[in-house]
Ligand binder design. Structure first.
Ligand SMILES: [Zn+2]
Length: 437
């Protein structure tokens, strides 16, 4: 047999003359190769370093996750940092449950591309579900969460709070993949908190003197988003900023760290302090650099994740010389145009920005095409995945912004508890979160 047999029309004995192969410009061929999933998956190397002062920084490294259970070729990695406050309980709970909550919000049996597209929405659902479940425990503790999923060349970062993730192209460009949810520095978040019924101000000493950073009252938290924190207002929300990028096949380095690093080092300083060194050593050097500058003032945790082009023969850590050679090929300017969030790969060697959204409004984050009805005729809650009869829940879009007669099937469905949480976060319901009975 030969290849032409399979190309012939099935119902015809005639063999058409194949057209001559078209001439393809080299640039098109290169473009095809870059877009093709056949490009070798990268090697992921990582390092961790940290020093505890209060013991409320936790982290998660999991490199054996699988999109399809039992299928090693569907593997992906998770790297995360949880900087707890007011006790370590929320950080422990989030470390132990967040990944599962995110995964449970991704539809089963979908392909890799669809899975990656579903991930940003699943991250929103997983963060909110983790917050609701932790608050059920009735413990007063909160945590930041910076949660990074690495699948091939695609990096998806979801975060609440002020633990940053940066991307170092090693060619010199450093970019922030997270947003700092700090009231002091984030005007947009101050407006949102105030509009939802919170008060933003500094700590007031007896003499009327204002000290320290801007905080939200009641509670006095400096962060505008977190998981947990049931003793502060509901406008301190667990809805993450999510950014998804695709690296060029030259790779890149992620540095994920708690504010113990970022209060001392700028993103550029952190990247420069360890550039060109293997990930394990790099993480130690970033921590050392932060301590050298200001001493141990806070819990300090750093993860360094290198996404390196695979080398068939060499599975050793990329030697320095090789790394320098590679980094010279790294990506050019990242698109800064936030209005165009679906920027496509524009040139060879650029980082492709696939998705970015930071709104705290669930109606905007869960979309309108969420799979609703289950085979049993029930609706699945877009946040907690519980299945309920249509009359037990309500559409995320129902309410004052839309027609009061909105039906559950118009947009994502929320169970009563998740709907109550949503309203509370948006300042539409007085009092604290409704807890399960
Ligand atoms: Zn629910």
């Amino acid at each position: 047999m030969n290849e032409t047999t399979t190309d012939a029309p099935r119902d015809s004995g005639m063999r058409p003359t194949p057209p001559p192969p078209p001439l393809v410009p080299l640039a098109t061929l290169i473009g095809r190769e870059i877009r093709s999933e056949k490009v070798e998956r990268p090697i992921v190397r990582y390092g961790h370093a940290g020093l505890a002062k209060r013991g409320e920084d936790l982290f998660l490294i999991k490199t054996d996750c699988q999109r399809i259970p039992g299928n090693p070729s569907s593997s992906f990695s998770v790297f995360a940092i949880f900087d707890g406050h007011n006790g370590v309980s929320a950080a422990v709970f989030t470390r132990d449950n967040l990944l599962e909550h995110v995964m449970s919000a991704i539809p089963q049996g979908i392909g890799r591309e669809e899975w990656l597209q579903a991930l940003p929405r699943a991250l929103v659902a997983g963060f909110v579900k983790t917050d609701i479940n932790f608050q059920r425990k009735g413990e007063a503790s909160g945590t930041t969460a910076t949660f990074v999923v690495v699948d091939g060349w695609t990096v998806t970062v979801a975060s609440v709070g002020d633990s940053r993730c940066i991307l170092d192209s090693q060619g010199g460009e450093v970019s922030l993949l997270t947003v700092d949810h700090r009231l002091e520095e984030n005007e947009e978040e101050r407006q949102r908190v105030t509009a939802s019924g919170g008060e933003v101000g500094r700590l007031n000493l007896c003499g009327g003197q204002e000290v320290g950073p801007l905080r939200c009252w009641p509670g006095g938290l400096c962060l505008s988003r977190s998981i947990g924190d049931m003793d502060v207002g509901e406008f301190i929300v667990p809805v993450p900023h999510v950014k998804q990028i695709k690296l060029s096949n030259a790779g890149g380095r992620l540095i994920i760290a708690s504010d113990g690093i970022w209060d001392t080092l700028s993103s550029e300083m952190a990247a420069e302090s360890c550039r060109g060194l293997p990930a394990e050593l790099a993480a130690k050097l970033v921590v050392k650099e932060a301590l050298r500058t200001s001493g141990l003032k806070d819990d300090t945790t750093c993860l360094v994740v290198d996404i390196i082009p695979s080398d068939h023969s060499v599975m050793q850590p990329t030697p320095k010389k090789m790394q320098n050679k590679l980094t010279s090929l790294l990506f050019g300017n990242r698109s800064q145009n936030s209005a165009n969030k679906m920027t496509k790969l524009s040139s060879v060697g650029a980082v492709e920005e696939l998705f970015e959204e930071g709104s705290a409004m669930l109606a905007e984050r869960l979309g309108t095409d969420f799979p609703l009805k289950t085979s049993s005729g029930h609706y699945r809650c877009a946040i907690c995945q519980v299945e309920q009869a249509p009359n037990e829940g309500i559409s995320v879009n129902a309410g004052p912004y839309f027609s009061p007669s909105s039906k559950p099937w118009e947009g994502p469905f929320l169970c009563a508890e998740c709907r109550a949480k949503k309203d509370a976060m948006e300042g539409k319901r007085p009092g604290t979160a409704q807890r399960a009975t």
